[in-house]
Every structure is written in C-alpha cells, then in structure tokens.
Design a protein around this ligand. Sequence first.
Ligand SMILES: CC(C)(COP(=O)(O)OP(=O)(O)OC[C@H]1O[C@@H](n2cnc3c(N)ncnc32)[C@H](O)[C@@H]1OP(=O)(O)O)[C@@H](O)C(=O)NCCC(=O)NCCS
Length: 140
Amino acid sequence: MPDYAIREFTIEYYDEAFSLWKDLEGISLSGADSFEGIQSYLLRNPGLSFIALKDERLIGTILCGHDGRRGYIHHLAVSKEFQKMGIGRALAKKSLGAIKAIGIQKCHLFVVSENFHAQKFWEQTGWLKREDIIIMSYNL
Ligand SMILES: CC(C)(COP(=O)(O)OP(=O)(O)OC[C@H]1O[C@@H](n2cnc3c(N)ncnc32)[C@H](O)[C@@H]1OP(=O)(O)O)[C@@H](O)C(=O)NCCC(=O)NCCS
C-alpha cells in the first residue's frame, strides 16, 4: 500500500489532472473538461471532488457533483503504476461520504460500454449496473 494523501480537488491541480486523464483509456474527454469547465464544476460543487497525491505528485482524481436531487461521479482515475492498490476505492468512498453528508441519497455515473475493467471496479465496490435505463443526450 503506497503512502499517499487525499485532498480536495482544487483548480490548481487542473494541468496534472488533465494529463492523467489523457493518459488513461476509459476517461472520455470533451470541451466540458477545459480549464474553465472544470473550474466552474468545482465552484458549483465545493468539497465533493478529490485528488490523491503521492509525494506531492497527483496520482488520482474523482469529480463529484449533484443537481440538488441526485449525485454524479465523473473521471475517477488512478495512475497506472498505482492501480489495484485501493486508491480508486478510497477516492470513491471520500466523494460518496461527502455527498451523503449534504443529503444526497443516490449517485449515478457513466461508464463507456467497452470499459469492462471499470465496470468490474464499480461492481466490486458496491454499484449496481442498470439494465433498465439508457442515456440520451442533446447538444445545445
Ligand atoms: C477504475 C480505476 C479508477 C480503479 O482504480 P484502482 O485504484 O485500481 O481500484 P482499487 O484498487 O481501489 O480497486 C477496488 C476494487 O476493484 C477491483 N478492480 C480494480 N481494478 C480492476 C480491474 N481492472 N479488473 C477487475 N477488478 C478491478 C479490485 O480488485 C478491488 O477489489 P478488492 O478491493 O475487493 O480487491 C482505475 O483502474 C483507472 O484509473 N482506470 C482508468 C480510468 C477509468 O476507466 N476510470 C473509470 C471511468 S468510469
């Protein structure tokens, strides 16, 4: 188990986070992940998103927010060399604890359908795969 710290995700970590996301298959990036997009997300959802740091180097992220009714998780990511050491589980636990504390009772997340290892991870950490819902999107 590596010695690492979990801290709130603040915008000063954006560049390191973005380069981690770019390096990992399974993280879908879009215009919403620009500096301004993530800054706006963090400001709108304070205290819910976290990073993992090893010797001041960012090795993990999780974004968590809500719409007042349900919570949503995005961009759970752990550097390849630190995967399978419990860091993803610890980041998810931290965000779920924080969002529960403000009264949200259920969270959803999106997984790319070919990302089987992430699906295994989420099932292993207690999440239920929904077969009864499809996602629909609309570009504004
Ligand atoms: C998914 C991800 C965040 C998991 O992080 P991690 O730190 O490696 O996960 P953990 O070590 O906390 O694993 C927690 C549990 O999930 C299981 N798990 C993790 N990765 C797994 C894999 N590739 N296949 C099967 N099970 C896996 C572990 O066995 C562990 O179970 P256990 O505690 O009972 O042994 C990491 O693999 C990653 O960054 N992947 C690339 C980005 C990505 O796909 N993110 C998810 C987007 S939805």
